[in-house]
Design a protein around this ligand. Structure first.
Ligand SMILES: [Zn+2]
Length: 311
């Protein structure tokens, strides 16, 4: 009976009917914890415990991309920071490489960038080895993949030689702006307001990329969402996961999504933007412009709050 009433309410409120068969990979960048507000290692422990708890509770086979520069090697809290990564692995989650210091391939020489990538795997590779697992995926910082085809292809070859696969992104967004605003907020009311705005924004983002998939690939296919390891996502993930489920999504691991033929689409994009792979495929195929229109925008007040004074 309860089920019937709930169903009736849903229909009455005009909620969209879920489309069965949708799938999404949820990927988290800038581990252990990203953002621009300085925090203590105790804050990072609290955020990681909340985030990994929410990922596990929602049975999301997530992957986190590590900047080992954030571990502050040689610092007094190094062991506690490394333990944050172990929390991900102990929960059965995957870790990938996001470079040591989040360098920008568009502004440093390829050789320097590659050195930073190898420096960025030392701890993560050892932690994975403790579990008998390899390191498998690389995520480009800023989604910058090279300004010339020569650099782009040379770096792809470098990744192959080191047994990495590129972790593409098909659902990009500005979650880090909301996260920075959240980290700067000082009251529960302000945090609640940011969470509500973030959920509304992410719902619009997902709907936008569903339409973009059909426009560019001709169908919906398993998407790869990029968000960041943040207090905001730790606090909001249960609701984000509900949003995805209500649209008919299941959560899948990255390698399963990449098995879809969409990910074989040609990509020779060398523009300045850190754009999604969907848009790279479209531009490589020669379709762009108005077909990209309608991307949801971040509210002004979030943009302002994201760069406000650090509390
Ligand atoms: Zn990043």
């Amino acid at each position: 009976m309860k089920v019937l009433i709930a169903l009736a309410l849903t229909v009455t409120l005009g909620a969209p009917q879920p489309t069965p068969g949708r799938a999404v990979v949820i990927t988290f960048d800038d581990l252990p914890v990203g953002g621009t507000v300085p925090m203590s290692v105790a804050d990072w422990e609290r955020i990681t415990t909340l985030l990994v708890g929410a990922i596990t509770r929602n049975a999301i086979p997530a992957i986190g991309f590590v900047n080992e520069g954030r571990l502050q090697r040689g610092g007094p809290d190094q062991a506690r920071r490394v333990a944050l990564l172990r929390q991900w692995l102990d929960a059965g989650l995957e870790l990938g490489n996001h470079s040591f210091s989040h360098l920008d391939l568009h502004s440093v020489p390829l050789e320097d960038f590659q050195r930073d990538v190898l420096r960025g795997e030392e701890v993560t590779r050892a932690l994975l080895a403790e579990k008998g697992r390899p390191i498998r995926f690389f995520r480009h910082p800023f989604l910058h993949t090279g300004r010339t085809l020569a650099v782009k292809r040379a770096f792809e070859t470098f990744l192959e030689q080191h047994a990495y696969r590129v972790a593409p992104v098909t659902i990009d967004n500005y979650d880090y702006m909301f996260a920075n605003a959240f980290d700067r907020s000082t009251t529960p009311e302000a945090r609640k307001k940011i969470m509500d705005a973030y959920l509304g924004y992410m719902t619009d983002v997902v709907a936008y990329y569903e339409r973009q998939s059909v426009a560019i690939v001709g169908r919906e296919f398993p998407q790869v969402l990029l968000v960041h390891a943040s207090a905001l996502n730790a606090s909001t993930l249960d609701l984000l996961a509900d949003m995805f489920r209500s649209r008919g999504y299941t959560f899948i691991p990255l390698e399963r999504a990449l098995a879809d033929a969409a990910y074989l689409s040609a990509d020779s994009y060398t523009g300045p933007g850190g754009i999604t792979w969907l848009h790279r495929w479209a531009m490589t195929a020669g379709t762009r412009g108005s077909s990209f229109a309608g991307e949801p925008i971040v509210p002004d007040w979030i943009e302002k709050a994201a760069v406000g004074p650090i509390p």
